[in-house]
Design a protein around this ligand. Structure first.
Ligand code: PCA
Length: 214
């Protein structure tokens, strides 16, 4: 199984992004039997897609697992759905801001992740790490890249499965607001390792409920 892991650069004034840290650590110390290709994408509407395309062309992956930060969530999120909208509270790292514009004009309203999200969630939970299936990857660069990745798979790489994980803040990112939830880097890394192990084990997904009641 050829795996491409992507993370994102820091954004919104922070010096860190746990997705970048985790991807770099997995490049340096890959799981047994898996040599993932890795890339850190810029938090930039102009730059993210070319970087993603280049990484996919280089790696020709069977599975693309993209990873980003969802600051404020207390758990790892296994994203179910990418939607065709950019609508951001903040500008990207180039100062560009998008409000209510489609990621791809004329594209489908949404794509579902094509990795087994329930099996991944179960594996992360079995490792003792807080995790939920998430029904929204937001409407900023993470959803933007997730949508583009799904679109590339649908349009030209039918063999490539696509998934997205959102990670919490690192403790170092919330020192000055200790009420904000965070998760140690080692725990985040263990969660992504558990997700990769699940990808290696399963093609079909588990049929267990994870959805929200409201
Ligand atoms: N998180 C942002 C963009 C980059 C990242 O790591 C998001 O959730 O859209």
């Amino acid at each position: 199984m050829r795996v491409l892991l992507t993370g994102f650069a820091p954004f919104e004034g922070s010096a860190r992004n746990p997705s970048q840290d985790v991807v770099r650590m997995l490049a340096d110390d890959p799981p047994p039997g898996l040599l993932p290709a890795t890339a850190v994408l810029p938090v930039s509407y102009a730059g993210a897609l070319p970087a993603l395309r280049a990484a996919i062309a280089r790696a020709a992956p069977d599975v693309l697992l993209a990873i980003g930060l969802a600051g404020g969530r207390p758990h790892i999120s296994v994203e179910r759905i990418a939607i065709n909208i950019d609508d951001a509270r903040i500008p990207d790292n180039d100062g560009a801001r998008r409000v209510d514009s489609p990621v791809i004009p004329g594209g489908p309203a949404a794509y579902f992740a094509t990795v087994p999200i329930k099996a991944i969630t179960a594996a992360i939970r079995a490792a003792g790490i807080p995790v939920l299936v998430s029904q929204s990857a937001g409407t900023f660069l993470c959803n933007h890249v997730f949508y583009h990745a799904c679109h590339i798979a649908a349009a030209s790489r039918p063999g490539m499965r696509v998934g997205f994980l959102h990670l919490p803040f690192l403790p170092e990112q919330v020192c000055d607001r200790p009420e904000a939830p965070s998760m140690a880097l080692a725990t985040q890394l263990a969660g992504v390792r558990a997700a990769l192990a699940a990808l290696g084990r399963t093609g079909a997904d588990l049929r267990v409920a994870e959805g929200a009641a409201s």
